[in-house]
Design a protein around this ligand. Sequence first.
Ligand SMILES: *Cc1c(COP(=O)(O)O)cnc(C)c1O
Length: 378
Amino acid sequence: MKDKIWLSPPHLSGREMSFIEDAIERNWITSIGQNIDEFEYSLAQYMEVDNHVVALNSATSAIHLALVMLGTGSEDEIITSSFSFVASANPIVYCGATPIFIDSEKDTWNMCPVALEEAVKDRISKGKKPKAIIVVHLYGMPAKMDEILKIAEEYDITIIEDAAEALGSSYQGKACGTFGRFGILSFNGNKIITTSGGGALVCHNQEDKDKAVFLSTQARDYAPHYQHSHIGYNYRMSNIVAGIGRGQMEVLNDRIQARRKMHDFYISLFNDIKGINVFSEPTDNYYSNHWLSAIIINPEITGKTREELRMALLEENIESRPLWKPMHLQPVFTDAPYYGTDIAEKMFDNGLCLPSGSNLSDEDRSRIAVVIKKVFHH
Ligand SMILES: *Cc1c(COP(=O)(O)O)cnc(C)c1O
């Protein structure tokens, strides 16, 4: 059996160990220390925001914390994209609130501004203004932020940006994750950089940052004994893990360039195969990190289905994965309101994520090309 080609494997820089060793040597191994400070600082620098980033143990906790900081409770409704990973929606349920799912549009595959406005109006007419909108930048592609921000402003609804997949992406030159009241990043093992597991909450003032640190470290009041007047969480990133993040930040730009090259590779590979749409930026306003390269197959033109391609790749030990199954079609969310048509659903039916790692070799790429050419008779 040939070596497995993974969809999106971790890619270390070799610099991580020195930061970890440093933390161990100084005995700063828990939730305070230089690695955390420096990692947060380098993220803020990278995203061109003030130093108000909070390193956490996952993006899921970051979303939950953002909702908690907005005071989300069981009476509230939170809008989010249906076409996303389940972690965009689960924290809404942790708060006891109701998720409201929105369909995608075809240009960026992200939240459709038309369906969003329809949802906002309809919820308001039913007597409940949504408390927040969680916008996702899928596979690194920025959402239509202009339109979405305009709606949020008009109806005075807070934006949380799930930029878990979009570190390094930007819209009109501004970093994804910096448009909303809060931005969320993920450093899970499959993301563009990793800390093994981890996340961050991007805040825009010291008050929010202090509150996020307080709540993520068990909400201890200022007292010599353990005194608590708030419910807290154990969500802070450890100083060891942040050391991996520091090593990864040194190569973030290289990783983005390598992922974008994978996208270029698929563009040229599918160039003369009709009926395949390679997920690409609709205009120059959008800059995607191309965390995952993805395609949509039109089976009527290609004569092949998504599953036929996926199985052919699997036979050669190459991992690929269907696009996210929309949340409004998930058994766990059958009762949640949904606004839109069947755009996300059709993308799920015909879409496939292809190997996108920043550490794929030329040999890996030719193995992928051979299978794809064989399936589509080229
Ligand atoms: C990966 C991911 C998350 C969750 O990130 P974790 O760090 O694994 O908790 C949330 N939202 C999206 C869109 C993701 O891709």
